[in-house]
Design a protein around this ligand. Structure first.
Ligand code: ZN
Length: 302
């Protein structure tokens, strides 16, 4: 097995996690949790989403959350904000985002459900986003890159076309999202073997859900292809409002544990992220779904 010495874990709980919780979370609580996550040692945290508050009311305070996070932690952490269109990206830039995750789905139906746009329309708006980005890093995120709740298994050639389109107009990074959390390691291998061959210099990021318990196995497969950046959520929160039944992301603390036990550095304080995961579950009154945070004694790694 080919393993790196270090991986980077991008924490997405405040976006992917919170946006899937129906009960309103106060702005104060969101900021409090982001503060705790910052202390764990992440380089990047996806803090919020600039989407239509009518579609997802939980994200209506996006600007306030992001501005607050930036004011307190701009010197330590880069903050990412999600956008589905030009207006969202403009709002994210105005609020001080260091990076934007711009989402386009590989599946036409999922893209429409998520953005009310065709894939071509989303890409056309992405061209505009790249024109206004200035110093903001633009991450082209391909949702349903492997499986779609509406279209089923996605042909890797579809993803190749999208990667090409995103890079051609100025994407700084490409995120591959197993939005439904139903992809298996063989599918990850099939997709990555094509992408790495076609785009050997592009540092892909994997965004993984764990609906069928295959998330960590998918990480392992991706490591073998040289992928060393992963998006996960503390306490295993997350989901997709337009991918019915999708469970949370891999719990960050579980991935940190696995990496440390395999001798791979993450830069994350394990004891601290366990505490934060437990705090999130208690504060939001949700069950703990991660493996490690449920253990009463954690003889895990640092
Ligand atoms: Zn997700």
């Amino acid at each position: 097995m080919k393993l790196p010495k270090k991986v980077e874990i991008i924490e997405v709980c405040p976006r992917d996690g919170f946006q899937n919780i129906k009960t309103p979370i106060s702005t104060e609580t969101k900021i409090e949790i982001i503060n705790k996550l910052v202390d764990c040692g992440f380089n990047w945290i996806e803090a919020t989403s600039f989407i239509n508050p009518k579609a997802i009311p939980q994200m209506a305070d996006a600007a306030e959350v992001l501005k607050n996070a930036k004011e307190k932690h701009a010197d330590k952490v880069g903050f990412i904000a999600l956008a589905l269109n030009l207006i969202g990206a403009q709002r994210a830039i105005e609020a001080g985002a260091d990076a934007i995750t711009y989402v386009v789905s590989a599946s036409e139906k999922h893209n429409f459900e998520n953005t009310r746009r065709t894939i071509d329309q989303s890409i056309n708006e992405f061209i505009q986003v790249c024109k206004i980005k200035e110093n903001v890093k633009v991450r082209f995120s391909i949702a349903t890159a492997l499986e779609c709740p509406f279209a089923g298994t996605i042909d890797p050639s579809r993803v190749v076309q999208l990667v090409e389109a995103g890079l051609a107009v100025g994407a700084d990074e490409v995120v591959l999202a197993d939005t439904t959390g139903t992809a298996n390691p063989v599918q990850i291998e099939a997709l990555l073997s094509i992408l790495i061959f076609r785009f050997p210099k592009v540092p892909f990021i994997l965004h993984i859900h764990d609906t069928q318990g295959m998330g960590l196995a998918n990480v392992l497969t991706a490591l073998d292809f040289g992928i060393n950046r992963f998006e996960t959520a503390a306490a295993g929160l997350g989901g997709c409002p337009y991918a019915p039944g999708a469970a949370g992301n891999i719990a960050t603390e579980d991935l940190v544990n696995m990496m440390h036990k395999m001798g791979i550095a993450t830069g994350i304080d394990y004891a601290n992220i366990i505490d934060v995961a437990r705090y999130i579950a208690k504060k939001l009154e949700i069950p703990l779904v991660g493996h490690m945070a449920r253990l009463t004694s954690c003889q895990a790694s640092n």
